[in-house]
Design a protein around this ligand. Sequence first.
Ligand code: SAM
Length: 295
Amino acid sequence: MNSIHHFGGDWTENKLTRLKKYLDAYISIFKSNMRAARLHTIYVDAFAGTGYRNIEKTKANIATLPLLDDAEAVSFQKGSAYIALEMEPSFDEYIFIEQSSEYSKELEKLRIRFPEKSNKVTIIQQDANSYLQKWCRNNNWRFDRAVIFLDPYGMQVEWKTIAVIANTKAIDLWILFPLGQAVNRLLTKKCPPTGAWADRLTRFFGTEDWKNAFYQECQQLELFQKETSLKKEANFASIGKYFIEQLKSVFEGVAENPLPLRNTRNIPIFLLCFAASNPTGAKTAVKIAQHILGK
Ligand SMILES: C[S@@+](CC[C@H](N)C(=O)[O-])C[C@H]1O[C@@H](n2cnc3c(N)ncnc32)[C@H](O)[C@@H]1O
């Protein structure tokens, strides 16, 4: 292990634990149900990182976390790709997408850690949006089913990617919505953002309607004249609700209780959200996800 990959905080463990619970439930359904067992299962980690998460060693976390080695200053914890590979029974195929060449090389080393699964793993060093959009469109979904985990640092996921995932009717999606991390910050208080910030929000939500959803007209008296302007009328709850409604507009089923992942100042930096696109499986999938999110 050469590359150090620091990300997240205490909430990261929480997110990964819930993802793992879902993957366990998913694979156990697919392997135990005779009809489902004929389908080919794929786990896609689209912001895969290195397979590990590095954290500073402190007296407190040495006692409480499942650390992977005894290095001096930092320790290695399992990242999402590692957790998925560790599962038994396993998925039939794993696709790890990572833009960084350095991190992709680290992902390659997972083949050494899991030699018996090496031939099931494909590592793609590309932008997750362009790869996923093409893959979802071109793959034959008749016998393939997938779980995709979208775990970006911020607003890297485009709505087009989410829409194309939903359109496969074969994929369950776990996604981190960057609520306090990015979206709330871009929604400036006095008036809606313009230029690059506005474009970013539009690409992210897939519509310009966020302006109507998050801003309201207000009238002010300026030099004896009434001036109309737009003022932010959105908070964490309404922004989260808007994203869930957006997911509902394209997915068969969406978990109603996304999990706020809070930083040490209690700010909900991300919402862990779940959506299912398969008409046959969505009801059960959402029920399981809601249970996992609610615990
Ligand atoms: C929060 S980390 C992922 C952590 C990982 N899920 C884990 O649990 O170990 C986000 C990763 O996404 C990668 N990344 C950022 N933008 C990307 C993009 N457009 N396409 C693919 N990967 C990207 C970063 O290099 C980083 O490794």
